[in-house]
Ligand binder design. Structure first.
Ligand code: NAP
Length: 516
């Protein structure tokens, strides 16, 4: 049995009260316990503001980047132990690598950005602006690290990447981090936190880790603090409305649910390269991490005439995926992370069917390598529905290996139906028809954080739609939370204050260290 601890105010500490239990998602055996009752969150936040913030702000981007590089390397060096820890949450080796390499890769990317930003402690955005008729009076936009703490609350599905992608950006910006993982899969997050602390490269107070219930942490935030939340839309809405958050003007970023869409163009021939690319991507997005990805494809818009062929092709692809214990040879899909998650997927499918969707395919092979009846397994499922008649497909995210195929009759209809999801993280478009591509890109962009265009020329080299890259923004409008993370230097903005500084051009250039 592993006891998970929290890292607060520079020490590993344990709570005293009722333990929270972490079970193995495949065997349902208890593997770890944790408790955060009685831990002094307020003191830990203050410790971060007093020590971590000033120390990070004194460092240059290059120095902060070097720190990230060391942490990235430590996570990479510890990869095998981290993969082992991820089994608790039902994660296969391949899925664990996706999470853990995503963590070290994002840290490495931001380490590189730190090196490029170099010997500075703050940023000046763009060129200055002449403000009057005189060329002497100028304005510059200066971006300085905020003087508070970045509180990061993460979802259960990416315990490694979720922690690291947020922390990398905050640390590079010069802001200390208070990170809280989701409890059901906190074992891997705890191992990541241990790895980070053990590097010894972070200044005192730069990292706090609360391994379990949030308690009163949000009651102690103030106007220089930031809350970056990833999780369900329901929790996101609760957090936004909390009085301590709204009354004390805490800066908030929310990454929430998303009914990510695929649109297969009317020109795409069944069996063509672009068709195969779409089938491969959809099958991967349905089954990778057992469908528990914020970027997984939930709605597939397919020309009516190609619906049958797509159902057949996807059933075949998904039927090939071996389901079972994550460490069993050849298994490509494990269970979902918890009993609650299993219940919610099954209930979601039943609700969709009751609302008018039909069950087109379910992989009903018994999970291999596990005791019969044990584990939080769910069946990969394809549903079919009329997008204009079954509203629930545009309203509810089934967070598991489930997607709905939705026939459409014109590109304009496809655009309209995607928008009914009220904002998503990613929409993928598969077409070689330039006119349709333009209509889809411009029609879907206002509703999407990211668009992937699958065409013949990139069919064998494009990345999967569910892959979040540190160089491109992650987040989406509306239902997806309205937030934005990553995106290279853009991601730093959440942790920096942009200030317009107006005055004598030559003087300001000297003060801000700008070259003529
Ligand atoms: P969740 O139940 O909303 O929990 C998310 C996090 O919030 C957990 O750490 C949870 O802690 C914490 N939490 C819950 N209530 C809280 C409160 N009142 N105050 C402070 N913290 C609170 O979501 P989940 O089940 O972990 O994750 C699944 C959802 O996340 C899905 O809907 C998925 O779409 C979304 N997601 C979105 C993204 C994105 O980037 N847009 C990425 C990944 C996941 P405890 O675990 O301790 O309760």
């Amino acid at each position: 049995m592993i006891r998970l601890k929290s890292y607060l105010s520079g020490a590993w500490v344990d709570g005293q009260g009722e333990d929270e239990i972490l079970v193995d998602a495949s065997t349902e055996e208890t593997v770890a316990t944790t408790c955060t009752d009685g831990l002094d969150r307020d003191a830990a936040l203050q410790h971060a503001r007093e020590h971590g913030g000033p120390a990070l702000r004194a460092m240059t981007f290059a120095e902060r980047g070097a720190m990230l590089k060391a942490i990235s390397k430590a996570i990479h060096d510890n990869r095998e132990a981290l993969i082992e820890a991820s089994v608790q949450g039902g994660t296969t080796r391949g899925d664990a690598k996706f999470d853990i390499d995503g963590a070290s890769g994002t840290l490495a990317y931001y380490a590189g950005l730190g090196k490029r930003l170099g010997d500075r402690t703050f940023l000046v955005e763009g060129e200055g602006e002449q403000l009057t008729r005189s060329a002497r009076f100028f304005g510059y936009h200066v971006k300085t690290p905020r003087e508070g703490v970045a509180v990061h609350i993460n979802a259960f599905n990416f315990p490694a990447w979720g922690l690291a992608e947020k922390a990398a950006v905050a640390w590079l910006a010069g802001v200390p981090v208070f990170s809280k993982p989701a409890t059901p899969t906190a074992l891997l997050a705890f191992r990541i936190a241990e790895t980070i602390v053990d590097t010894g490269v972070l200044p005192v107070g730069a990292f706090q880790f609360l391994c379990g219930a949030h308690g009163d942490v949000l009651d102690h935030l103030g106007p220089q603090d930031m809350l970056a939340f990833t999780g369900s839309g329901r929790t996101g809405a609760i957090l936004r409305r909390l009085a301590p958050i709204s009354d004390r003007h805490v800066r908030v970023n929310v990454e929430a649910d998303s009914l990510n869409a695929v649109v297969i163009g009317e020109d795409v021939e069944v069996g063509s390269e672009v068709w195969q690319m779409a089938v491969r991507d959809i099958a991967r997005e349905v089954t990778q991490k057992t469908g528990q990805k914020c970027t997984a494809t939930r709605r597939v818009f397919v020309p009516r005439g190609a619906l049958e062929a797509l159902t057949e092709a996807l059933s075949e692809e998904i039927g090939r995926v071996k389901i079972g214990h994550p460490m069993h040879d050849g298994v490509r899909m494990g269970p979902v992370a918890s009993a609650a998650q299993q219940r919610s997927v099954k209930e979601g499918i039943a609700r969709f069917v009751e609302a008018g969707a039909t069950l087109a395919y379910q992989n009903d092979a018994a999970p291999i390598g596990v005791e019969p009846g044990k584990g939080f397994f769910v069946r990969p499922t394809l549903l079919v529905a009329e997008p204009g008649n079954v509203a629930v497909v545009h309203q509810e995210e089934i967070f598991g290996p489930v997607t709905t195929l939705l026939p459409y009759d014109s590109t304009a209809d496809a655009v309209r139906f995607v928008a009914m999801g009220e904002g998503g993280l990613i929409a993928s478009i598969y077409t070689d028809d330039k006119k349709a591509l333009k209509e889809l890109v411009l029609g879907l962009a206002p509703w999407s954080g990211r668009l992937l265009c699958g065409t013949k020329k990139v069919a064998d080299q494009a990345i999967a739609p569910g892959m979040v890259l540190p160089s491109c923004v992650h987040g989406g409008p509306g239902r997806a939370g309205g937030g934005e993370e990553l995106g290279g230097e853009r991601g730093l903005s959440f942790y920096l204050q942009r200030t317009a500084v107006q005055g004598d051009r030559a003087l300001l250039m000297r003060v801000l260290g700008l070259k003529a």
